[in-house]
Design a protein around this ligand. Sequence first.
Ligand code: SAM
Ligand code: SF4
Length: 472
Amino acid sequence: MRKFVYIETYGCQMNEHDSERILRVLEGVHYLETKEAQQADLILVNTCSVREKPEQKVYSALGRFKRLKEEKGTILGVTGCVAQQEGEKLLDRIPYLDMVAGTQAIPLIPQMLKRMKVTGEKVCETGFDEKGTYLKTPLPSGSLPQVKSFVTIMQGCDHFCSYCIVPYVRGREKSRPSAEILDEVRHLAERGVKEVCLLGQNVNGYGKGLVGEMIFPELLRAINGVEGIERIRFTTSHPADLSQGLIRAFSELGKLCEHIHLPFQSGSNRILKAMHRGYARESYLEKIDRLKEVCSSIAITADVMVGFPGEEEEDFHQTLDLMKRIEFDDLFSFKYSMRKGTRAAQFDDQVEEKVKQERLAILQGIQKGLTLKKNRGFEGRTEEILVEGRSKQSDRDMTGRTRTNKIVNFKGDLNLAGRRIPLRITDGYAHSLRGEMLSSDEKARAGGIERRSHDSIGTDLHEFSPPAPGET
Ligand code: SAM
Ligand code: SF4
């Protein structure tokens, strides 16, 4: 008999993709996704504990679902980082909670549900699976509605930055065998997916610990050869591990999009050292120069943190200086938040909340100006867009992304979804671009323009899809 599962997801892309993986695993035991919690037989809260009050978020989410449990016996579960970190304690603290599945327990969820049914007892799985088999997930079935898809290639982290909970809740770095990844990518391509984003906490560590395996640039090269895949992205790369081979891949692989997310966290060497990041600002700047040398149009985004313990005004100014030098396309900026169990939680020179708040506001104000300047720089240019579907903002608009990962909204038909088309950018805003379609003549010329702007790329990538019916 069909059952329904509702998943509420907190946190990053990795968590969003974990929710997709949970759905695929549950499909195998006849669960269908519902977007209505009231309709669900099973509700899972997929948690993140990287920043700010994660446990409170879990309590308040579960509090909202308690009534459903009482009224219709809905099963309530917690998955993800908070589940991993708190384990059985969550079951003790939340009497109406039924199950806790840690970060490596996704494939075990069906067995856990069965065990619960048979024994009538609550269930908890938070063990680490040293072989890494937890990364294998059933492939999606049927045709897929989406143009792009995430593919997990590795999980966990060996870096142990002093502020970060990830190595404790996701475990050490574990890579999936490349054959399994390539199977998944081919499977996605056969079902209409055009773009894959390879996911991992430190994708550049891909292959570590697997004997005879590819390293990350080799994996990219293999995926570049998969028929049907038109664009490749990845996230996240650690600056200390950003190899020359990966930098070169930006000029060698036609499908690899011109965008890198390369978190720098701080512009101060003193703070980078206390963070245990393993690089200095000078080497970060050098790597960015090298990336721009091989790929002048590359878009660069990053994560940065303010208010790390011991951060003085001078350190903060170094961060602002680095931002202004690089002129990032965009930044994800955070206030440092103390994570229980990490080394930095024991540092005694914690920065006052008010100071963190002020620094974050200054930094975000500067970046807003830089991003707007970058986006306005696109005005008048012709860009290749992979059309993703209807815009969420307006029924009349379609939306897609440039190779540099900028969102572009434009007037167009739904039958353009999944196609790469050239658009003239008319406006650059703070978070997106506005574009318009070209005439046939302009389109023919635009193909040439695009090829010239990426002339080191020797594939057919920049030959746009043939015009769709009704395209003007
Ligand atoms: N592995 C990636 C790296 O090091 O480049 C980042 C992954 S981490 C889950 C995502 C971002 O969260 C980090 O880049 C960092 O800026 C932020 N973050 C992690 N721990 C944090 C903390 N304790 N307080 C505030 N932000 C934090
Ligand atoms: Fe966390 Fe550092 Fe690993 Fe990134 S590299 S996941 S910030 S420990």
